[in-house]
Design a protein. Structure first.
Length: 653
């Protein structure tokens, strides 16, 4: 259980940076700050992902007020830019994630609690209200609707349909034609139709990112109900129609049990990571898919391949891994030739096929399922590696020296870098991590080919790998710097100190000999490793490249970047390979220092990035599949549970 007290909740600046997320397994979610104060456009109580069509944020939030002895107390907290109104945060007393989010207010000698449950497998959310105290009170709940894509903004308009209709005990609203109706039910409550616009909400995280930060929300009316002490009154919001037999209180209890069971009913870093991992596995056609993060919920083939070992294999979910891998294989094959359009994001990234080979190797190591690989994966493996060697993949070609060049200059950390406010970098040419992936993929392919009796093919791939390694060391290694170039192209070698070079040590087959790997790891440890992940240092003056001091303080000409928790797994893979079992103690020390971060920022999950310098505030997506997957994969590899997290959490585990 994670708990925040009044000392956090009544500090709006602090509480607004503490967020929670609930996913429905279909690609939809509920997410908000602990106060109910929206700070992102993707915050909302009911985001749905229809089987066909785009995601829609239907129910953005609710405004509550409690009337006691003739006095009405507003409980909401909203940011309007020049004012925070109402000031419900002044009555907020506790927030608990157990594992559903519950916010409690103190009002006139009473305590009102609201628990949010995003129903798994359903386009629905339940808000359960409970009153403690000696006397009853009257609760008002006003739903505010957005009816837009999660990254869009709604503004007051004349097209909104203001009618609300009754269907038995349900209120049905459909503000825009062509969008699903929203059914609302609150047992024992009266409904007052009162169409009104709430104007100019400000979303602070969007302001920080330079994005459109203002929105208007539409309310069709409000519920009013008398709460009696000790009773629970639920508000149900359901896209389309609420099933008649629905017992919302039982559904909340079932959802709490389901989410707790994902972490083996335990508390602490490992159970939190196991529960967090489940949020990224969603229904995908006839099988399963992986979304890269929230609130974007993008399905990226490349990111899914990187995250699959941590999200599925590290949790022993081998059947899900097979299903996801089959789907991703089809995507990689479909996008593997020039002129073919990519069906999903990241399928045609220059290194996506190489990550597929690495994922296949990790699947084999975890499951030992040789029959699945022989019957389902052997053909795609041959086709994918040959498409690289033949220069048939869009934007990629093999040089005479055996290295893999790519024309796509995108940073391999993907859209998360821009979302986190990081610098753009042109990495066209020969990128260090692409060469490392290419080398590992060739040797993995050679091993699979040899096992399948294709000795000639295995020999060709192994010979190409050897040529690539020799060329790589000649082109990328610098004795003067003591580390690898980030990119080599016609303009020369870029020796900005970045963590991409760790791929040359930590992937299944290392490109660097041990002595050079030790030099790289020492510089990376001093300059790039932070308590929240690894960062980059861009050399604006090459004379200072690699001059970070022993405490990781950058020298002149070096710009600190965001720190990426997703790279911790790669760093410690590299460290363990070079230093053996002794390196595991250092990994545990880092994990013990990192664990409290799950009690801050986005609670019980990991954001895409953090600020590179203290206080290391979260950046970018509020929950990242790759970050959760790689930290969970690391913990699983180390083989024991870490110490309890500390900080503003009372969790143990």
């Amino acid at each position: 259980m994670l708990r925040l007290g009044a000392e956090v909740l009544r500090d709006v600046a602090l509480a607004s940076r503490c967020e929670w997320l609930l996913a429905d397994g279909l690609g939809g979610w509920a997410a908000d700050s602990v106060l109910g104060l929206h700070t992102r456009a993707g915050h909302g109580l009911l985001v749905v992902a229809p089987p066909s069509g785009p995601r829609l944020l239907l129910l953005s939030k609710v405004e509550e007020a409690l009337s006691c002895e003739g006095t009405r107390h507003e409980l909401g907290t909203n940011d309007y830019g020049d004012a925070v109104h109402p000031r419900g945060f002044e009555r907020a007393d506790a927030f608990v994630l157990d594992p559903l989010p519950t916010l409690t207010w103190e009002v006139a000698g009473r305590r009102l609690s609201r628990t949010v449950a995003r129903l798994h497998g359903e386009p629905a959310v339940v808000l359960a209200y409970q009153l403690e105290g000696a006397e009853p009170a009257t609760l008002e709940v006003r739903p505010l609707l957005a009816y837009r894509a999660p990254d869009a903004r709604q503004h007051e308009n004349a097209s909104v349909g203001t009618a609300s209709t009754r269907a038995g005990q349900d209120v049905i609203v459909q503000p825009y034609e062509g969008c699903p109706p929203l059914a609302l039910r609150m047992a024992g409550a009266s409904w007052e139709a009162d169409p009104v616009w709430y104007r100019s909400f400000r979303y602070a995280r969007e302001t920080e990112h330079g994005m459109a930060d203002r929105e208007d929300l539409y309310s069709p009316g409000l519920f009013r109900v008398v709460l009696r002490p000790g009773t629970t009154v639920p508000l149900v919001a359901w896209a389309n129609a609420i099933p008649s037999a629905t017992d919302p209180i039982a559904r909340v209890a079932n959802e709490r049990r389901r989410v707790r069971a994902l972490g083996d009913a335990g508390e602490g870093l490992v159970p939190d990571l196991r529960r967090a991992a489940d949020a990224f596995l969603v229904r995908g056609g006839a099988g399963r898919a992986i979304v890269s993060g929230y609130p974007s919920a993008v399905r990226s083939v490349r990111e899914a391949l990187i995250a699959l070992p941590g999200l599925c294999l590290a949790r022993g979910r081998h059947d899900e891994a097979r299903t996801v891998l089959l789907s991703l294989t089809a995507q990689i094959e479909a996008s593997g030739t020039k002129g073919r359009a990519s069906e999903e994001a990241g399928a045609d990234a220059p290194d996506a096929g190489l990550w597929w080979v690495v994922a296949l190797e990790r699947f084999r190591d975890a499951t030992g399922d040789q029959e699945f690989i022989r019957s389902k994966m052997q053909g795609p493996l041959l086709a994918i590696l040959e498409s690289y060697r033949a220069g048939a993949r869009r934007g990629v070609g093999v040089s005479a020296e055996g290295l893999l060049a790519h024309e796509d200059g995108a940073n391999p950390l993907g859209p998360a870098l821009e979302a986190a406010g990081g610098p753009a970098s042109d990495r066209r040419g020969f990128a260090v991590e692409v060469q490392a992936l290419w080398y590992s993929a060739l040797l993995i392919g050679a091993e699979f080919a040899r096992a399948a009796g294709q000795s000639a093919r295995a020999g060709e791939w192994a010979a190409l790998a050897a040529r690539a390694r020799e060329s790589f060391l000649r082109a990328f290694w610098s004795d003067r710097h003591g580390y690898l170039a980030d990119v080599v192209n016609a303009s020369g070698a870029d020796f900005s100190l970045r963590p991409h070079q760790l791929h040359a040590i930590g992937l299944p087959h290392a490109l660097l000999p041990r002595d050079k790997a030790q030099r790289v790891l020492e510089i990376v440890r001093r300059a790039l490793v932070t308590p929240v992940g690894l960062r980059s240092l861009a050399a604006t003056d090459p004379r200072y490249a690699g001059t970070a001091g022993p405490e990781g303080v950058a020298g002149p000409g070096l710009d600190r970047g965001a720190a990426w928790p997703c790279l911790a797994g790669l760093y410690f893979d590299s460290l363990i390979r070079v230093n053996g079992e002794a390196a595991k103690a250092e990994a545990w020390r880092w994990l013990d220092e990192f664990a409290p971060r799950l009690g801050e920022g986005t609670l019980a999950t990991i954001p895409a990035a953090f600020e590179g310098d203290a206080p290391h505030r979260p950046l970018g997506e509020m929950a990242s599949a790759r970050a959760v997957a790689e930290v969970l994969r690391l913990v699983t590899r180390l083989g024991r549970r870490p110490t309890a997290r500390t900080g503003r959490s009372d969790a143990r585990g």
